[in-house]
Structure formats: structure tokens, C-alpha cells
Design a binder for this molecule. Structure first.
Ligand code: SAH
Length: 230
């Protein structure tokens, strides 16, 4: 069973259009879509926004639905200047930029007995790179930072860039990274840029959410094609 996860309805809808949904299960105040893509068994869901919702959904996908991998598709704010709206990025690792126990001498993002960065799956990232070459689509790789805040300030964005060496910002990846690391499940994070996480980001987000969600969804479907048999 492969899980496909998003945060928002707008991110999941373009994926649902491309697959054959067999059953919809309501569980834990959410809908889980069981589907087939060629010979792949899929379970799909959008978690709702933020780290707690993302952690809950990731846990349910693994523990209740038996997901052996989680592939995330969605939108993010750009940190790196070479990331433009609609561009794609995959995470090498994810982190939680809003974790702050620094007063106790820990580095930003660190929780005792846990860690700052959660690595994404190298095999899945290789499949993404293969697809990007095949289809001649630009695909960046970098650290993605998450927190329970929509970032729309140059100052905050620069702090996250400097502190975590992050290339993009969103609100779920660090949580899914932590859950999948804890439960030992490979995790892949794909995002298309919806805004530049600085002043005016809210307006850009509203304008580009649907289009950037489609870009990410389309690439994810191409990856499933590659996983089915190239
Ligand atoms: N306008 C929406 C809220 C969007 S929150 C509403 O009214 O419901 C932003 C979502 O997109 C989150 O799921 C987050 O993961 C991602 N995202 C995109 N740009 C972001 C940014 N600049 N900062 C934080 N998250 C961002």
C-alpha cells in the first residue's frame, strides 16, 4: 500500500482525477480514498493544514491503512531565489522551524530524543530525478522547513533560510518527516511553489494555489507511472 498525502483539498483533487477511486472510508474526522493505479494499491488523503493534522493523518495512513511509503504532494513558499512560482522542489530532509528549546542550550528545531532534520527517502528521490530528466522538467532538491505559520515576511524567511539552510517553507513536511522516521516508513516530499513567503505572499498564494497544486499533482502521477514500470 502506497499513501499519497496532501494538506489541502485543492492539492489532492487533481490527483484524485487521475486515478480510479474504489472506496472512501471516513475515519478520524477525515476521508481516506482507497484506489488503484495500474497494479499499485493506493490510499489517499488530505490532512488539513498544519503539523498536528499532518502528523495525525500520516500516523493513520501507516497504522490503520498499512502504508509502506508516504508520498506528499502540495505547494510551498520559496526561500531560494532561483525558485519561481510553479517550480518544483523535492526535500532532501524536512525540519520544524518553529521548535524552540534554545533556552535550554539546544539548537533551533531540536527536541530531546528526537532530531532537527528528518531525511527523505533516497530511492524515491532518485525516481523523481529520473522522471524530471525523462520529461525535461526542472526539479530542485533541498531542505524544506515547516511550522504552524504562513510565512509572509522577508525577515522571518531569511531567519529560516540562515538557521536551517532551507530552500522552501510550508506547514506539514517536518511533522510527516518526524512520524515516518519514528515509524520507519520511507517518505517523499514534493512541492510546487505558490508564493515567495515574503510580503504579498498571501495574495500570490490565493492566486497560484490551484495551478501550483496541479503542477505538483501531475509530477506525482508521472512518478507513479515510473513506479508501475517506467
Ligand atoms: N488560504 C488558505 C490557507 C493556506 S495555508 C485557507 O484559507 O484555507 C498555506 C498552505 O500552503 C499550507 O498547507 C502550507 O503547507 C503551504 N504553504 C504555501 N506557502 C506557504 C508559506 N509562505 N508559508 C507557510 N506555508 C505555506
Amino acid at each position: 500500500m502506497i499513501a499519497i498525502m496532501c494538506a489541502m483539498r485543492e492539492e489532492l483533487e487533481p490527483i484524485l482525477k487521475e486515478i480510479e477511486v474504489k472506496e472512501v472510508i471516513e475515519y478520524a474526522r477525515n476521508k481516506y480514498y482507497l484506489a488503484k493505479f495500474n497494479n499499485l494499491d493506493l490510499v489517499l488523503a488530505y490532512s488539513k493544514i498544519g503539523k498536528v493534522n499532518a502528523a495525525t493523518t500520516a500516523s493513520v495512513l501507516i497504522e490503520k491503512f498499512g502504508a509502506k511509503k508516504i508520498l506528499f504532494s502540495g505547494v510551498a513558499g520559496a526561500i531560494d531565489a532561483d525558485l519561481k512560482i510553479g517550480d518544483l522542489i523535492i526535500a532532501t530532509k524536512t525540519t520544524q522551524h518553529d521548535v524552540d528549546l534554545t533556552v535550554f542550550g539546544y539548537e533551533p528545531g531540536f527536541i530531546p530524543e528526537s532530531k532537527v532534520f528528518f531525511e527523505c527517502d533516497e530511492n524515491l528521490n532518485q525516481i523523481a530525478k529520473k522522471v524530471s530528466k525523462k520529461l525535461n522538467i526542472k526539479l530542485k532538491e533541498g531542505i524544506i522547513a515547516s511550522g504552524d505559520q504562513f510565512i509572509h515576511s522577508k525577515e522571518k524567511k531569511e531567519w529560516i533560510a540562515k538557521t536551517f539552510n532551507a530552500s522552501a517553507i510550508e506547514m506539514e513536511g517536518g511533522a510527516v518527516g518526524c512520524v515516518t522516521w519514528t515509524l520507519g516508513v520511507p517518505f517523499f516530499m514534493l512541492r510546487s511553489i505558490s508564493d515567495t513567503a515574503q510580503e504579498g505572499a498571501g495574495v500570490d498564494f490565493d492566486e497560484f494555489l490551484e495551478e501550483s497544486s496541479r503542477v505538483s499533482a501531475k509530477f506525482l502521477i508521472a512518478m507513479l507511472d515510473e513506479m508501475v514500470g517506467g
